[in-house]
Ligand binder design. Structure first.
Ligand code: NDP
Length: 249
């Protein structure tokens, strides 16, 4: 894959899947804008990109994706500097797990606001520019639980299910402008987000994965790079599960 001369934005690129995606896109030659909610949050990601030694530019920007003004400032920053965005990867996400009967309003709202409203705000902030350029790839990082549901994750599963509707609607509205919109739905990926799960839960989950291993952030990053590549030009409105076969449809 050759993504040189392309510009990418990865939200939530300070660690985990977002960092792996940013580094992989940079490895393929794309200039990458990385976001975190904290100043300095993406320092290690930028160091990893610099270590590629392929002269690709990378930038760190602070953005809270659930805050409309913060997202507008992000879009202005990227578009003022580069004049375009080729790849938008909505990766920022949180969990606030809990059984439904005890789930607080805040835990529901926080997850929806970050995972779903955040993706809406960021897509909207860049959609006009992509439509005008008549090119663009929007990739939303969902989850297999957006299709299957998951006990203890009603808020999270609802946010990821919402992403499917958002993505397909965008795919239909923007196809005429050659802008594609797809979801990547990871299964169980070893990151900070899953590190705190109890061992017995992990053991049970492993039994459900036909490929008999947990996913790595790099597994997701390579799928993102594929959807950004010319090879994926005719794919839109789809959900690609990266889950070792845990869910099959
Ligand atoms: P991590 O918890 O490791 O990283 C989450 C990232 O999101 C961080 O970079 C964090 O940035 C950023 N973030 C959180 N809240 C906000 C916000 N309000 N605005 C902007 N950025 C924010 O998660 P993972 O890497 O595991 O997950 C990445 C994505 O993949 C998420 O959307 C997640 O739902 C999804 N996913 C993960 C799976 C897994 O098994 N790990 C499975 C399925 C889906 P910072 O803290 O620096 O501000």
């Amino acid at each position: 894959m050759n993504l040189s001369s392309k510009v990418a934005l990865v939200t939530g690129a300070s660690r985990g899947i977002g960092r792996a995606v940013a580094v992989e896109l940079a490895r393929q030659g794309a200039e990458v804008f990385c976001t975190s909610t904290k100043a300095g949050g993406c320092d290690e990601t930028l160091e990893a990109i610099a270590a590629l030694e392929n002269d690709v530019d990378a930038h760190a920007l602070v953005c809270n994706v659930s805050d409309s003004e913060s997202v507008e400032a992000l879009a202005k920053g990227v578009l003022d500097e580069k004049g375009k965005l080729d790849f938008l990867i909505n990766n920022a996400g949180i969990t606030r797990d809990g059984l439904f009967l005890r789930m607080s309003n805040d835990d529901f709202d926080d997850v929806i606001n970050t995972n779903l409203r955040g993706a809406f705000l960021v897509c909207r902030a860049f959609a006009r520019s992509m439509a005008k350029a008549r090119t663009g790839r929007m990739i939303n990082i969902g989850s297999v639980v957006g299709s299957t549901g998951n006990a203890g994750q009603a808020n999270y599963a609802a946010s990821k299910a919402g992403l499917l509707g958002l993505t397909k609607s965008l795919a239909q509205e923007l196809a005429g402008r050659n802008v594609t919109s797809n979801v990547i739905a990871p299964g169980f990926i070893e990151t900070d987000m899953t590190a705190s799960l109890p061992d017995n839960v992990k053991t049970e989950m492993l039994k459900l994965i036909p490929l008999s291993r947990f996913g790595q952030a790099q597994d997701v990053a390579q799928a993102v790079a594929f959807l950004c590549s010319d090879a994926a030009a005719y794919i839109t409105g789809q959900t690609l599960a990266v889950d070792g076969g845990m869910t099959m449809s």
